[in-house]
Design a binder for this molecule. Structure first.
Ligand SMILES: *Cc1c(COP(=O)(O)O)cnc(C)c1O
Length: 389
């Protein structure tokens, strides 16, 4: 459904930055679960996990309630806790650092490479101390981080890698999908702002069977038997609870939506890549912005399309956003910088993260979603090309 008939019209409703794509198949899948009598984590979660792990090419996938809870469990599964340090980018959604804080560890912020908005491998070694246990690497807005260089550093210093792949379903690095074993675990989000949604939800992939089994217990109060196993038992069974666990379960309603969305994923990716390429072709020569660059060994899923405003134009970011809003085009400021928020704020971080500061002050996220028509996109492009700076 287009909100725009021609380029000369202002749309009748504002073009959003993002919009989830769910259809009649998702509705039907939820109804079937509701009628089945099994609504929380059960057969549909198991099926979603199996399909997800074979899609990304990893031995195990463990469904959870969000990417935030996925990251939290991943850190516990590596026995990271009080007194430990974990290196992560500050240019990320705050959940990245919060997950480290939940286990009592300290996030140590590395600066980014301005070309990719991902952790700059060159800044990592200076941050490593005897307390450092892991790198929490983010594939920001879906562009894979420089994993070869980061994995070499991790190996040299005996650090684990957890991938915050919240935005990165379908993205590829060096010929494999994100989620295939590179880090010890990769954590995905199915929030509506991401490429594939289940309303809320998350997934952890790992090739380590012992870790997968521990994650499955931890998400369910550390219970030694799953609900399904108890339900199917032919004899009376007694479960035990051998550590402090959580209720981080995904529901079968969410999993049923996820299974349907996974079937649509290749079309989601193709559409996003097509629209992103149209943006880049039209906007790359504008003198006041930098369009996203994708390294040759990566494929981006374009969970978001972020440009950066150059020089003095960055100071006009809010005015540019306001002009676009008056033309009924929503935009968002760049990815946040976690070190500027109260729980993590310090003058030392502010001095040591110049690229992060620049990216968060100058980035602008443009609308990109599956249903966006080319007419709508042309209207956005023309509005940007004719903006009064
Ligand atoms: C969205 C996001 C999260 C949080 O995902 P939820 O599923 O909402 O918990 C974590 N990290 C990054 C980088 C994100 O973009």
């Amino acid at each position: 459904m287009s909100v725009l008939a021609s380029l000369t019209d202002t749309p009748s409703t504002t073009i959003p930055v993002a919009r989830p794509f769910v259809g009649a198949e998702e509705e039907q899948a939820v109804i079937e679960v509701l009628r089945s009598g099994w609504v929380t984590q059960g057969p549909r979660v198991a099926e979603f996990e199996q399909k997800f792990s074979s899609y990304v090419g990893c031995k195990h996938a463990v469904g959870v309630s969000s990417c935030t809870t996925a990251l939290h469990l991943a850190l516990i599964a590596l026995n990271i806790g009080a007194g430990d340090e974990v290196i992560c980018p500050s240019l990320s959604f705050i959940a990245t650092a919060n997950s480290i804080a939940y286990v009592g560890a300290t996030p140590v912020f590395g600066d980014i490479d301005l070309a990719t908005y991902n952790l700059d491998p060159h800044c990592i070694e200076a941050l490593i101390t005897p307390r450092t246990k892991a790198l929490l690497v983010v594939h920001q807005i879906g562009l894979p981080a420089e994993m070869n260089a980061l994995a070499q550093i991790a190996q040299k210093h005996h650090l684990a890698i957890i991938e915050d792949a919240a935005c990165a379903i379908g993205s590829e690095y060096a010929g494999h999908l994100i989620g295939a074993p590179v880090g010890t675990m990769a954590c995905f989000s199915f929030h509506p702002r991401k490429v594939l949604t289940t309303g809320e939800g998350g997934m952890i992939t790992t090739s380590d069977t012992a870790i997968a089994e521990r994650l499955r217990r931890l998400r369910q109060h550390a219970m030694s038997l799953s609900d399904v196993a108890r339900h199917n038992a032919k004899q009376v069974v007694t479960e035990t609870y051998d550590e402090v666990g959580f209720n981080f379960r995904m529901t079968d309603m969410q999993a049923a939506i996820g299974i349907t969305q996974l079937g649509r994923l290749d079309s989601f990716l193709a559409r996003r890549r097509h629209l992103a390429a149209r943006y880049t072709a039209a906007l790359q020569h504008l003198p006041w912005m930098i369009t996203p660059a994708v390294p040759a060994n990566c494929r981006h899923n374009f969970q978001s399309y972020m440009v950066r405003l150059i020089g003095d134009h960055a100071k006009n970011r809010d005015a540019i956003m306001q002009q676009l809003l008056e033309k009924k085009i929503s935009t968002r400021r760049a990815i946040m910088a976690i070190h500027r928020e109260l729980p993590y704020r310090s003058p030392a971080w502010d001095r040591s993260l110049p690229h992060t500061n620049l990216a968060t002050d100058t980035g602008l996220i443009l609308p990109l979603f599956h249903q966006m028509t080319e007419t709508e996109q042309d209207y956005i492009i023309e509005s940007l090309q004719t903006i009064v700076l």
